[in-house]
Design a binder for this molecule. Structure first.
Ligand code: HPA
Length: 265
């Protein structure tokens, strides 16, 4: 059987991307930025876990953005789907094996700050792992002791900030706190997260950044804010709201990342 790597190499048709982009809930619109796109469904890729979450497409897209070769992963599997924090490890290992050096992650997130309004974009500067788990549990080599002091690459962050400025799109900065999900947080948990120094909460990205750093990839991540955290405005949260709201900030993020990727080293 053809390996996932062989199939992606075929789809790349001679391109040698160094950058990969993972698209979160409702952010599939970014696929439209890819020129000469070749779509490879996860089900044809050996070892690629399928996400069962609505709003996640489940395909690798090979092509170029702003002339730069790139691999997009539209859809990701989450810890809360099977209880496996390392669910994305085989995928990230394939990317690394293909020569990917930079990993850009995107997600939908809840805001913990009144001034970080739904529809805005937040560049993640750091994270708090509040899930109680870690994707490297069970790893047996000393490589498991991954330094996380500069998990979010300064150069990539600067490129994203610059691209936002050039596009005239506002971008905030903040700390992302990983809750396991899939239930949303309670108002008390949101108050706690604010006190603990988080700016946004979500159910993804942190395990991939830990795995990415483990694999030697430079990482950057952006959140599209889809709602205020539970209890901040009174209403009940829902996945429908996440999917409906994500494309609003998603189109801003598309403009930012399209330029940033085109200009990244
Ligand atoms: N909490 C957790 N994950 C989320 C949220 C939220 O409020 N919004 C979008 N993803």
């Amino acid at each position: 059987m053809k390996t996932a790597s062989d199939t992606i190499v075929e789809a790349l048709n001679g391109l040698a991307p160094r950058i990969a982009l993972v698209l979160g809930s409702g952010l599939g619109g970014l696929v439209k930025s890819v020129e000469n796109a070749v779509h490879v469904p996860y089900e044809t890729l050996e070892g690629f876990p399928q996400s069962g979450v609505s709003g996640h497409a489940g395909e690798v897209v090979a092509g170029t953005i702003g002339g730069k070769p790139v691999l997009l992963l539209s859809g990701r599997v989450h810890y809360y789907e099977k209880g496996d924090a390392a669910a994305m490890r085989p995928v990230l290992e394939v990317l690394q094996g293909l020569g990917i050096e930079k990993l850009i992650l995107t997600n939908a997130a809840g805001s913990l700050r009144e001034d970080l309004v739904p529809g805005s974009v937040m560049l993640i500067t750091d994270h708090i792992n509040f899930s109680g788990t870690n994707p490297l549990i069970g790893e047996e080599t000393d490589k498991r002791f991954v330094g996380m002091t500069s998990a979010y690459d300064a150069g990539m962050r600067a490129a994203i900030e610059q691209a936002a400025k050039a596009e005239g799109v506002a971008i905030d900065e903040g700390v992302y706190m990983w809750f396991s999900g899939p239930s949303f947080e309670t108002p008390a948990e949101i108050r706690m997260a604010r006190i603990m120094g988080a700016d946004a909460v979500g159910m993804s990205t942190v395990p991939e950044v830990i795995l990415g750093r483990f694999l030697g990839l430079s990482c950057a991540a952006c959140s599209v804010i889809t709602n205020y955290g539970a209890g901040m405005t009174g209403g009940e949260l829902s996945h429908t709201e996440t999917k409906d709201m994500a494309p609003i900030g998603g189109s801003k993020l598309q403009a930012i990342l399209t330029r940033a990727i085109g200009e990244m080293e």
